[in-house]
Design a protein around this ligand. Sequence first.
Ligand code: B3K
Ligand code: ZN
Length: 898
Amino acid sequence: MLRTDTPVTVYRKDYTPPALAIDHVDLVLELDPQRTIVTSTLGFHRAPGAAPDAALVLAGEELELVGVRLDGQPFTGVATATGSLTLTGLPAQGTLEITTACNPAANTTLSGLYVSNGNFFTQCEAEGFRRITYFLDRPDVMTTYRVTLRADRAAYPVLLSNGNLLSEQALPDGRHEAVWEDPFRKPSYLFALVAGKLECIEERIQSASGKEKLLQVWVEAQDLDKTRHAMDSLINSIHWDERRFGLELDLDRFMIVAVGDFNMGAMENKGLNIFNTKYVLANAQTATDVDFANIESVVGHEYFHNWTGNRVTCRDWFQLSLKEGLTVFRDQEFSADMMGSESGRAVKRIEDVRVLRQVQFPEDAGPMAHPVRPDSYEEINNFYTVTVYEKGAEVVRMYQTLLGRDGFRKGMDLYFERHDGQAVTCDDFRRAMADANGRDLTQFGLWYSQAGTPVVTVRTAWNAGAGTLDITLAQRCPKVGIETRDGTPEKQPFHIPFAIGLIGKDGEDLPLRLEGEAAAGDTTRVLDFTQAEQTFRFVGLPAGDAPTPSLLRNFSAPVIVDYDYSDSALTFLLEHDSDPFNRWEAGQRLATRVLLELVADAQAGRELKLSKALVDAFRAVLTDGTLNPAFREQALMLPAEAYLAERMGVADPAAIHRARLFLREGLARALKAEWLAAYESNATPGPYSPDADSAARRALRNLALGYLADTGDADMQALADKHYAESDNMTDRFAALSALVNSFAPGREHALADFYQRFENDPLVIDKWFSLQGMQRGEVGPHAGKRTIDVVRNLMEHPAFTLRNPNRARSLIFSFCSGNPAQFHAEDGSGYEFWADQVLALDAINPQVAARLARVMDRWQKYALPLRDRMRAALERVSASSTLSRDVREIVGKSLSA
Ligand code: B3K
Ligand code: ZN
């Protein structure tokens, strides 16, 4: 597709309300793969205060205009241009009938109406509805929809849309129709239809107020045996939202449909959620524990949008985090509650923070850095980011940390009381939180408007005689991304809820009393840190040895804490902190410190030495049977290469890889007996179950297996062979395959071939097979010289590979470009050449997927020479293309101008 329109920047400050209100929409779709005819009948009236002679500009893309009628008569005041239809001379109110044609089979962008494996699907967020019909395609135009679907009955027996099914009937010529009506007003981005050969499992449940609800999960026939977990997750989500937030399902029917070609995870269309198969289909043979957990959280996420997003929606796309940050927070809390134990909750928190640090912190420091509520964009699809989602969720979490669970709930209740049925802003949400709790949250608003990750430097001064500890917090957050280019004024201090505990010399939490307080309170205190620098004096502490501070407990704010812990303090915290998150954090700090020293040694050509302190710390965790195995797994996982790269002034992926592999192999050998004991004692006999406890044991056991294979010992690689052969579930099978592949075990080729053959007909499993190979280590030892890029280029020729399916493209290309830093950043620039080839090839098919891949180069300026120059050259090659989509152009443009 050729996209040569000049880039236009859209600004938040330019928001104006729509000039026209749409009272109701009646859509009739004559579905045909090559030529679908859409007739849209809109009842409209001019908005109060709008200029009477103002033209009405409707958005539309890739549409053929067939005809326009006004109040039943042909209407001629019509002009089309690229991307729009302008109507002039409309009365103050009336009925418009617009007929258009589109070609779903030719739509490879997977936005709008498209065909996937012979069935019809839609994706309308953010601006896909305009690819179906001309419309005021913006989230603040909410209306009710009645949808009539007509299609060939044999080819498309199932016809679904939002809301309730009103009627179904056969039509002449082998066609049939279904009429659906959604009683709730909604923006166009929540419209959906599905038509084709699908089957479903269904359940009827009672909601809290006793109403019966019909739940369905729709898939292709061969996948029906993989729908149970999605259905259970949906039922759990419905009940959780009733319990935790008093929010009930408002429709009689709720449907989930799975589709193999999908740009992202899933979509919360009202009453008709459409999901990537990856987040629906699971059984023991095909899905790992992580897949099961992801399905639960995505099903929850989309379901929770029914209130946070659909009933209350966004005024404009700058407010995206209003629904996304809030809904991610809700799905995180749901998953944590489903873990069923305190330690399980902590593991969930650790996983979420790991993603935030590994992906969002770099975004917040790079050329695409933007506030949680951005001020401008060129292509809105580029702003479905980890900042809007995950940092947005941290911002919502901070309200709860500041106001308490009950206070947060009061704020939510007031938000719905005020705004149900409206399209609102992040400020409206903040006001509801403030008003419901009588709190001033003005300064807190800076979390929405200032980008960047604040760094909090901590200094402590201990007065042994008086038993007082002064904790001085200082925050700084230099300009980043767009702020460095758009004249943003100097940034103001954030309102940071800083949770802290003090630990006595025997490892016990000390009761905390701030100077001026009458009595000591809890052992964790949330400090309101609002100034550039602030000192908090804790008094009444036992005289003598200084207590050890446990800082930013449970990661109470999305900041970087800079405090000069000694190695022994970290070991002490790892052993004693009552805050499980900070226990993990202490281990990570220690490992990061050791790794960065090893990197420096590798760079300087010094001999690498194994840190005894770290070996001891790891041994202690590994052998502590009182700890949840999932927590141990988290604590024994070394910080990722990408995370270490961020921690360096100038990133050196080759040295990082060498250092990390050295440490990993060293820990594998030094603790071989302990890994083996953990492997043996964490078996999960009996049939597979994805429950949290079994999954935790498998996680630790499989981590141990990976370390054991990395010893390179023949007996350990034989153990991995056996683990592969005897596994009865995908978690174990895939863990064994990874261990064999990454340790270059003799059994590796055989296992790869066996895996392919077993799962040839299961696309999601074949995605795993591609992705494992894209992420494999460069061959070492006797296999040295063979580069992963060659394996990847070879696999691109595999009959099962295609760029057209986003999951498949991601499985090989993204896994190599973003999941394999050492190989991707090969010094000869071969990885970057490959990246440029694939961005250009994908852009011609699917700009949204291409733009995601383009983001891989965000941090090019951080890399050592000659990598930096080669990355820039690759970016320039992409940027020089004359047919770039707006999506990719924005990304490479911002990268190069940073
Ligand atoms: N709201 C959708 C994302 C739409 C992305 C459009 N490029 C899924 C979600 O966040 O639930
Ligand atoms: Zn969402």
